[in-house]
Structure formats: C-alpha cells, structure tokens
Design a protein around this ligand. Structure first.
Ligand code: BG6
Ligand code: MG
Length: 217
C-alpha cells in the first residue's frame, strides 16, 4: 500500500527547470559558449556545484575553486531573481487537483528537492499548505543519485521506503528513488525516463489509480 508520495520540486510541481536553464545559459554566454536544452538535461536533479562542473566541462573551461564559487553564486543570484517573481500560477497543470486527492485519502505528502532554494519556491507558489514535510539541499550531504534525500524524507514521514512512491523528472532522481527501495513515477518524456516504474507526461487528469503497481507496493 502507498502511504506517502514524495515529490521532486523543480520540473515536477513547478516549472523552475526553465529558470535554472535560463540562468545557466546566461552564465555560459558570458563565458563565450552556447548551452543547449539538450545539455541542460544533464543538470536536472544535480546539485548546484556539480551542475557548474558539467557546464564548465561542456565549455571546456578551467577555473580555480575560488572562481567556481563565484560563478555558482552569480548563477544563483540570477536564478533567485527569476524565482522571486513566481506565484501560484506557476504550479504545473493538474498538480493542485492531484495533491488535493492525496490529502483526502490520507496519503502523506513530502517534497524532496536538491535545491537550496526550495523554501522560497514553496512560499511563493503556496504549495506549503499540502506538505507534511520538506527535505531540501540544505539538509543533506549526498546529492541524488544517492538515496539519502528520499531515505530522510521516509524517516521524517515515519513511512517505510516500500510504502513510498516518488515522482521525479530527472534521471539522477529516479536512480536515487530506486536506490532508496521506493517505486518511482517519471514525470515527462518516457523515452528519457524509461528507468522509472512508469511515466506520466504531466498531472493532468491523474488520479489515485496512478499509485497502482503490478505486484503492488
Ligand atoms: C534541483 C534541480 O532540483 O536542484 C537542479 O533539478 C539544481 O537543476 C538543483 O541544480 C540545485 O538547486 P539550487 O537551487 O540549490 O541551485
Ligand atoms: Mg527535478
């Protein structure tokens, strides 16, 4: 039985993946190279510093550790500028209805996000009213695909991993959920997210049947 749903935030409940992309692209442009949407897939679910390293690798650029911190800080200041303007209209289609269904059926709701900005986004969009708990990038040591973030969520919820279902839009996140011993539903393109137990394109029209898995949870 499913007793809790754990949601990734960026790209699952809200379209912040777009803002991360814009900020990284702006940084790449300043350094003199192009950063495409395809490149951006590799950054989804990945921590800020690791994302920067991948970006620098794509641009074939070498910088000192100190410069890395400055670059990450610059990207983040643009990103924070974008997300500070968010409101509830940026919750992705179908999400409010699905979260309401979970609330009514006493299924617990968590957000587990690698982002250190998760709190601002949740505040700006009003998603907080649905949540039992939030685990964000400030509370973990090991980034996805390590299972730490999901195991921490399961512990704080008091629900065993085998009774948790994770919703993820990134490959790193799906790997983390599987490593935590949880079922995982990919949100997005099924060709990219084939590692998940099932994939939905978005939350439009999704009801509790999505939580039925062959062989059960
Ligand atoms: C994840 C995003 O949710 O958070 C990544 O998918 C991002 O793209 C990561 O790099 C860290 O976010 P932040 O806000 O701490 O830089
Ligand atoms: Mg995501």
């Amino acid at each position: 039985v499913v007793k809790a749903c754990i949601f990734d935030l960026d790209g699952v409940l809200v379209d912040t993946a777009r803002y991360h992309y814009l900020a990284w692209k702006r940084l790449a442009k300043e350094m003199g190279f192009d950063f495409t949407e395809e490149d951006n897939e590799r950054l989804k679910g990945v921590s800020r510093m690791r994302s920067l390293e991948i970006l620098l690798d794509i641009g074939k650029i070498n910088v000192s550790e100190k410069q890395k911190l400055e670059l990450a800080e610059r990207k983040n200041s643009w990103y924070v500028e974008y997300i500070s303007k968010m409101n509830e209209s940026e919750i992705l289609p179908g999400v409010n209805d699905f979260l309401n269904l979970l609330r009514k059926s006493d299924i617990k709701i968590a957000v587990a996000s690698a982002s250190k900005n998760a709190k601002i986004i949740i505040e700006k969009t009003g998603l907080g009213k649905y949540l039992d708990i939030l685990v964000d990038g400030t509370q973990i040591q090991n980034a996805k695909p390590d299972p730490e973030i999901f195991l921490k969520a399961s512990q704080l919820l008091g629900v065993k991993p085998e009774n948790c279902v994770v919703f993820e839009d990134s490959i790193a996140g799906i790997k983390a959920a599987k490593a935590a011993g949880m079922k995982c539903i990919g949100v997005g393109d099924s060709e990219k997210l084939w590692m998940a137990d099932k994939v939905i394109p978005d939350f439009l029209g999704v009801d509790l049947k999505v939580l039925d898995f062959e062989g059960g949870v």
